[in-house]
Design a protein around this ligand. Structure first.
Ligand SMILES: [Zn+2]
Ligand SMILES: [Zn+2]
Length: 254
């Protein structure tokens, strides 16, 4: 079976997301026919229809963390997907601080549209039909619980590295030799005061983890000015790992 990923948005950072310099609809992963909506940021519902996808086809919702650039449209997409909670969907995976407490980004009244809500932690390992979903490491990211995740079928592995400041443990916690590794690469060079990954950090991870393909996304203004395609080429040249930069609406089959 052919698997695919649709990049409904590639925006990252305050300006690019909230001035919509690029779209911010998140990532739609189809793995073995299972549809997984990851990080539906602002405009995700619009982008889903714009790309001729149907929210009713979504099986699993995933939030890497609660920040709005990753979660703003979770309610709209769940409302659409579940036909206003009438048709229940199987699974939502999110850190506890995104779905519980006084200020959840996922509204309480929509919970009845989801059969099972799983709180992400570093031990998360669940099987859903013929795929496995795992969390690998808690990131250091601006006060929001944030987890790196992987999605694995019998012969394909997709790893998602969300926002966060690079630290050494990331080299060892993430799985090696994935088919695709998606990096929220907000900056070109590290900015120590800001909890985001840079292309320099991605290089360190690629040299160690050696996926078959790396995809850069979640770009700041700084990254857009430097040209993500050029940055991806430099990353590829230095690491030897095939690297591309995502574009809004890009579909990747694998
Ligand atoms: Zn964030
Ligand atoms: Zn982010």
């Amino acid at each position: 079976m052919l698997n695919w990923i649709k990049f409904l948005g590639t925006a990252g950072g305050r300006v690019v997301v909230f001035r919509q310099l690029r779209h911010s609809g998140g990532i739609w992963l189809n793995l073995e026919g299972i549809n997984i909506m990851i990080d539906p940021g602002p405009g995700s519902l619009v982008r889903i229809f714009e790309n001729n996808l149907d929210p009713q086809d979504i099986d699993i919702f995933v939030l890497s963390h609660r920040h709005l650039d990753h979660s703003a449209d979770i309610n709209s997409v769940v409302e659409s997907s579940t036909q206003s909670t009438k048709v229940k969907k199987d699974l939502l995976i999110a850190p506890k601080d995104a779905v519980e407490g006084d200020d959840p980004v996922f509204l309480k009244y929509l919970r009845k549209g989801i059969k099972k809500i799983v709180h992400t932690d570093e031990n998360l390992h669940l099987e859903y039909k013929n795929i496995q979903i795992k969390a690998h490491i808690k990131h250091k990211h601006r006060g929001a619980d944030t987890y790196g995740l992987s999605f694995e079928s019998e012969n394909k592995k997709v790893v998602y590295v969300p926002c966060g400041r690079f630290f050494e443990d990331m080299l060892y916690a993430y799985p090696k030799e994935a088919d695709i590794m998606i990096f929220n690469t907000t900056f070109v060079k590290p900015k120590p005061a800001i909890d985001h990954l840079s292309a320099e950090d991605v290089k360190k991870m690629l040299k160690h983890l050696k996926p078959k393909l790396a995809v850069l996304t979640h770009f700041s203004v700084h990254m857009l000015k430097e040209n993500p395609e050029k940055v991806a080429k430099e990353v590829e040249k230095e690491t030897g790992v095939k690297t591309i930069s995502a574009k809004d609406g890009m579909k990747l089959s694998f």
